[in-house]
Write a protein that binds this ligand. Structure first.
Ligand SMILES: [Zn+2]
Length: 62
């Protein structure tokens, strides 16, 4: 039994810096949650934390 909601994250293309946000719909591991291909470069993008979240909270509390 899992009560943990998956955190949204983003994929960034290391070549053109294209960013695609991704929000997992459940905690069931989906291949789409792991790999995304840049539509421009056709290469796999790097998965990373959602950088915008930190900025928002930094603005509210910082
Ligand atoms: Zn790209």
């Amino acid at each position: 039994m899992s009560m943990i909601r998956p955190n949204p994250f983003q994929f960034r293309c290391p070549k053109c810096n294209y960013i695609k946000y991704h929000h997992p719909k459940s905690d069931v591991l989906n291949p789409m949650d792991m790999v995304q291909i840049c539509p421009k470069c056709k290469i796999s993008m790097k998965r990373e934390e959602l950088s915008g979240v930190r900025k928002v909270f930094g603005g509210l509390f910082g």
